[in-house]
Design a binder for this molecule. Structure first.
Ligand code: DDQ
Ligand code: CA
Length: 250
């Protein structure tokens, strides 16, 4: 399942071993709005919550999983670029790329509730117990207090002996945080207590880059349903959303 490459044992730390790479198995493919520049994905039962980006067409949506039909949508004002999304109780929290504002919505009605300001860029977002974890395109994840976005802790993410930057969309899967990497067809499984990578998941066969509508139509969006044990991924302007299976699911 994994290949060991030559490594200089005089400098490599023992935990800097080459991580295993597992190829995801496609269980099903569902329609996905090709206009959706996907930036955040959450699933609960048969319902998807999706954040989309780009200036002028950012949105928050409730989507029927099976049909891909948009059941409710709110559009962000043109100056906002939607990014990561997470659900916390009956609320959805959506971050923005460089606007430094997170928006809180009622998850059932998509009614706007409030704005939370934060520093730096916003890329991915996931709920981790009582806290949130946010990525900003670097190799460092921030653990946040959900009501204020106060930074409680930073997690430096490493894999195969080096820092992994461009951490993008995030998902909590059991005791791990999974991140897809910008412009790569890979998910990194991260141990959030240490920041160490646990393994890679290869998704390059789902929607090969030569079929994509443009260069920025990259893999982005991981959603895990712990109740049903189902895992979904999609990408920016991808026409399909995939249910996948990997051996490493909890
Ligand atoms: N980020 O989501 C990785 C944070 C930023 C992506 C910005 C991509 C802009 C590309 C616009 C052209 C796509 C049609
Ligand atoms: Ca997600």
């Amino acid at each position: 399942m994994w290949t060991q490459v030559a490594c200089d044992h005089s400098t490599a730390h023992s935990r800097d071993r080459v991580l295993p790479v597992e190829k995801a198995e496609v269980v099903a493919a569902f329609p996905h709005d090709p206009e959706a520049f996907s930036q955040g994905l959450v699933v609960e039962g048969g319902t998807l919550y999706e954040s989309t980006g780009l200036f002028g067409s950012s949105s928050l949506r409730i989507v029927d999983l099976e049909t891909g039909k948009v059941q409710k949508i709110v559009r962000l004002n043109d100056q906002y670029f939607g990014e990561g999304l997470t659900k916390r109780g009956d609320q959805l929290i959506q971050i923005t790329w460089k606007n430094r504002e997170a928006f809180v919505f009622d998850a059932a009605t998509l009614e706007y509730k409030t704005t939370i300001r934060y520093a730096g860029e916003g890329w991915g977002l996931t709920r981790w117990g009582e806290h949130l974890v946010m990525s900003d395109g670097s190799s460092v994840l921030k653990v946040l207090e959900p009501e204020t976005f106060r930074v409680l802790r930073k997690i430096s993410v490493r894999a195969d002996g080096r820092a992994v930057s461009d951490l993008n969309e995030l998902e909590t899967v059991g005791n791990e945080i999974w991140a897809n990497i910008w412009h790569r067809d890979l998910i990194l499984r991260i141990d959030p207590r240490t920041g160490e990578g646990i393994g890679w998941i290869d998704l390059s066969h789902l929607f090969p880059s030569n079929r994509r509508p443009h260069q920025e139509a990259v893999l982005n969006g991981i959603a895990y349903d712990p109740v049903k044990g189902r895992l979904f991924v999609t990408g920016k302007n991808w026409p399909q959303l995939f249910e996948i299976r990997v051996a490493s699911l909890p």
